[in-house]
Design a binder for this molecule. Sequence first.
Ligand SMILES: [Zn+2]
Length: 416
Amino acid sequence: MDVDENNDNDVDENNDNDDDGNDGAPRRVAFILSKELVSSLLPSNRMRSNLSHSLISSLGLLKAPSIKVYKPVPATRKDLVAYHTPDYVDHVLDPVNSSRDVVSSSEGDEFGLEDDCPPFYGLHAYVPLVAGASLTAADILKKDAADVSIAWDGGRHHAQKSHASGFCYVADCILATLSLKRPSSPSSPLRRPKIMYLDLDLHFSDAVSHAFHTPAVGGGGVSPQVLTLSIHHTSPGFFPLSPLSTPLPTSDPFTLSIPLLPGASSPTFHRIWTTLVEPAHKAFSPEYVVVQCGVDGLAGDPYGVFNWCLGGEGGLGWCVGRVMGWEGKKLVVGGGGYNSPNAARAWAYLTSIALARPLPLDTPIPDHPAFPQYAPSFTLDVPAGNMRDMNTDEYLREVEGVVGGLIGRMGDVMGR
Ligand SMILES: [Zn+2]
């Protein structure tokens, strides 16, 4: 990775935050950075971490006065078995299994290390570092050393208890959320903090939603500590298949799903944000928000399902800016995104929003080794394409009816 320590292209320290759409308050941001992860060979996203962190660095964001860069503390076996099975953890931590040779072994199959989750060189080091990145970020928030913690290498929302799934080998979102549930010390004022997990990835957050799905608790009138809300696409045959990805009037009101149709664009996100996301947040009133910022719904992603963009009302930046304006602490993680230059643009822009210093979308990509990859625009923006938004008023009314009803039920439980 190219971290230019002498980069002069710093964030403007005299930037006036009053009219930037954020709350204007100084915001302490922790940024988790691992040179090992940045150079990782994660098969689904080769070089994406390097590209993202190089762009963030070359834009001078890591030199902003309110940001502090931390190395992740690698997760221990004990940390990992807080969610994963001991057998799975022992398998992925054994360097012998960080080889393509086990693809054909029955043990590799058993742990899901095949197809889209092949074993790769360094897997045994990758797993503790990715989990450690999100756990370190969570720990910083628990210690009140920051208001926002960012771990772009985290966000692996498909990894299951006992097997890898959907390019995800370790369930860092679940592990970090479990950590946030626990008070940092016996004297902590937050005895039983509430955590809202909000997932903006194109795909349903199956592993996280299932992990915290406790219908007997919410349905029984007792408020659980965790609310999950996933905004995603789902359709027959579209990964991941899960009964929780489509809301029903009888669903658990603390496991919310907002499925969107192809072409979902900023106006659609703006609408559901106003009618569903904000009311859900208000009803639950969490002390922590974990926001998974998968960017495979942006225009230009190889999936080509949504037509979301970075800027403007209802854009990804606007939505994350709204989250930043909420009370409480925020843990910000990455996720999917298979157009690597666009993922880098998005995460750089979101980093600037977390800092309450949003970069203009026409910011030129600075001269750095990865510069040619940002052709032809060579700017920060990821604009929408020409795809038609299939989310009609009729369809959205239907979703709002069901999910709005669930949010109403959640409010009733929370008010008891
Ligand atoms: Zn995804």
